[in-house]
Design a protein around this ligand. Structure first.
Ligand SMILES: *Cc1c(COP(=O)(O)O)cnc(C)c1O
Length: 448
C-alpha cells in the first residue's frame, strides 16, 4: 500500500495545500488523522493486527490494492500512515516507511537498493551497527562493503567508487566525533557516478538538517532517539526523495523496472511514478522481511514529533553551553563538538546546520581510562547508558562499550581514545548539568 493509496481514506488535515507553513506548525498538524467518528482530536492508536472487510468483493479489492483501505498492519496501518505522512512533509520527501528500529531502516534500504554482486560505500564514522550490518550481514548475501577512512575527503569517496558500487551511505552528524559530513559535496560526487546517496540523519533530525534539500536521495532514522525523544520506544524510518534518476541506467537498478505485481503488468515505475522506489521498498522489502513498526510506538513517535523543534533548539543550546564549559577545563584535552568555534567542522556546521548542531558529542580527559572511570562513576544526574537523544542526559565510555570488541589500533583509527567520554545532552537546566560534570572533575582531583 503506498502513501497515495492510504491518503484517499484520510480526512483532510488542517494544513491547506495551497499555503506553506513553518516547521513548528507542520510538526503538529502534518499528516494528522483525527478520528471523526468519535471526535478524537489526536491520531488514535489503531492497535489492530487486521482490518475487517465489509464483504467478499471488498476483501479481494483490498488485495488487488485498488481500494484505499487497510487489510493487515504489516502492510499498512492508519496510525503508522499518519506519522509517515508527517515525516514525509517535515523532510521534504515523497514517501516514508516506518520500521521497527533504526537498524531495520538501514537494513531495508540496503535490501531495497542492493543485490548480490553490488557494493555499498560507507563512511567510516557511521554508526557501528550500520558498519557491522554492511560488512558482516550483507557479505553473507554476496554484497560487498567499502569504507571511506576520511569521510571529509570527497576525493577519497570518489576514488573508492567501483563499477559494482550502487549506494553511498553517510551520516549528517556522526557521533561521537561530530565530523559533520559535507552532504551537498558528497551528493555531487555520487550523482556524477549515477549513484544514490543515503544519509542517516538520526542526530540532526529534519529540524536541524534536511538531507533531501541538499542532494541526498534517501534518509534513514533511528526514531528511537531524538524523533521520539523521550527514551521510551524503538523505531526507525526511511524517507525517499524524488531527485534521483533510478531508471537512466536500467542495468544498475533492475528491480525497480520489473513488473510490480507478479510476473506481468506495469513496472514499479510505470505503476507508481516518482513513488516507485517507496512502493517497492514498502511492498516487497519492508512488508516481506517484516520489521513492522508497532502502531503504539508510532503513536509515541508522533507525540515526540509534536515538540521536535522546541526540543532540538534547547538540546543544541544547552550542548553549546556545556561544551564551552568543558573546553575551558584543564583536565580536558579536546571537545569534539561541531558547535564550537575550535572544531574543524564548525565552518561546515555553520553553513549546513544554522539551527543548531545537536546534542551528542565527546570530550577527552587528559588522564586516560583511570580518569574516565572516576569521572563516569561520580556523576549523578547523567545516566550511564548506551542511548542518545533522550530528554535525560546520558554518558558513555565508548572504548570499553561500543568499541570493546575492537583492537586498540581500530579504536585509534576511529579516534576513540581511552580518555574519551560521550555525552548526550538532555533537556535539564544547563547549570545543573555543569554542576553534575563538576562532580566528575572533583573525583579526578581527589586522587591526584
Ligand atoms: C541508534 C542508531 C541507529 C540504530 O537505531 P536503533 O533504533 O537502535 O536500531 C542507527 N544510526 C544511528 C546514528 C543511531 O544513533
Amino acid at each position: 500500500m503506498t502513501d497515495a493509496d492510504c491518503s484517499q481514506t484520510v480526512p483532510p488535515s488542517r494544513l491547506r495545500h495551497d499555503e506553506s507553513y513553518g516547521f513548528a506548525t507542520e510538526q503538529i498538524h502534518a499528516g494528522d488523522t483525527p478520528d471523526l467518528s468519535k471526535g478524537s482530536r489526536i491520531t488514535p492508536v489503531y492497535m489492530s493486527a487486521g482490518f475487517e472487510f465489509d464483504d467478499f468483493d471488498q476483501a479481494s479489492e483490498r488485495f488487488l490494492d485498488t481500494a484505499s483501505v487497510y487489510s493487515y498492519t504489516r502492510v499498512g496501518n492508519p496510525t503508522n500512515a499518519a506519522v509517515e505522512r508527517k515525516i514525509t512533509q517535515l523532510d521534504h520527501g515523497v514517501g516514508t516507511i516506518l520500521l521497527a528500529s533504526g537498524q531495520a531502516a538501514t537494513a531495508v534500504v540496503a535490501l531495497s537498493v542492493l543485490q548480490t554482486g553490488d557494493r555499498v560505500l560507507c563512511s567510516s564514522s557511521a554508526y557501528e551497527g550500520t558498519k557491522g550490518l554492511f560488512s558482516a550481514n550483507l557479505a553473507r548475501l554476496g554484497i560487498g562493503a567499502d569504507f571511506v577512512e576520511d569521510p571529509s575527503d570527497l576525493a577519497e569517496w570518489e576514488s573508492r567508487i567501483t563499477p559494482q558500487t550502487r549506494l553511498l551511505f553517510g551520516e549528517s552528524i556522526p557521533n561521537p566525533k561530530n565530523d559533520v559530513l559535507d552532504v551537498p559535496g558528497l551528493a555531487e560526487v555520487a550523482h556524477r557516478h549515477g549513484l544514490p546517496l543515503a544519509i542517516d540523519n538520526t542526530v540532526a533530525t529534519p529540524y536541524l538538517f534536511r538531507p533531501l534539500d541538499f542532494g541526498a536521495d534517501i534518509v534513514t532514522y533511528s526514531t528511537s532517539k531524538l524523533l521520539t525523544g523521550h527514551g521510551a520506544s524503538l523505531g526507525g524510518a526511511v524517507v525517499l526523495g524524488d531527485g534521483f534518476d533510478w531508471w537512466s541506467d536500467a542495468e544498475k537498478f533492475p528491480q525497480y523496472a520489473t513488473p510490480a505485481h507478479g510476473t506481468q503488468g506495469p513496472s514499479w515505475v510505470e505503476a507508481h511514478g516518482s513513488g516507485a522506489v517507496t512502493a517497492f521498498t514498502r511492498d516487497t522489502v519492508a512488508m516481506r522481511f517484516g520489521p513492522t513498526q508497532s502502531p503504539w510506538h508510532a503513536f509515541l513517535l508522533n507525540q515526540g514529533l509534536e515538540t521536535l523543534s522546541l526540543r532540538l533548539a534547547r538540546h543544541s543550546e544547552t550542548s553549546v553551553a556545556v561544551a564551552r564549559w568543558l573546553e575551558q577545563r584543564p583536565e580536558v584535552v579536546s571537545v569534539d563538538y561541531a558547535g564550537l568555534e575550535s572544531s574543524p567542522y564548525n565552518e561546515l556546521a555553520t553553513r549546513l546546520l544554522p539551527r543548531g548542531t545537536g546534542s551528542v558529542f565527546a570530550f577527552t580527559l587528559r588522564g586516560g581510562i583511570e580518569d574516565a572511570k572516576r569521572f563516569y562513576n561520580s556523576v549523578e544526574l547523567f545516566s550511564r547508558m548506551t542511548h542518545i537523544g533522550d530528554v535525560r542526559s546520558l554518558i558513555l565510555h565508548p572504548a570499553t562499550t561500543i568499541y570493546v570488541q575492537q583492537t586498540p589500533e581500530q579504536r585509534a583509527a576511529a579516534g576513540i581514545s581511552d580518555g574519551l567520554l560521550r555525552l548526550s545532552i538532555g533537556l535539564e537546566d544547563a547549570d545543573d548539568l555543569i554542576r553534575d560534570l563538576e562532580r566528575g572533575f572533583e573525583a579526578i582531583a581527589s586522587v591526584d
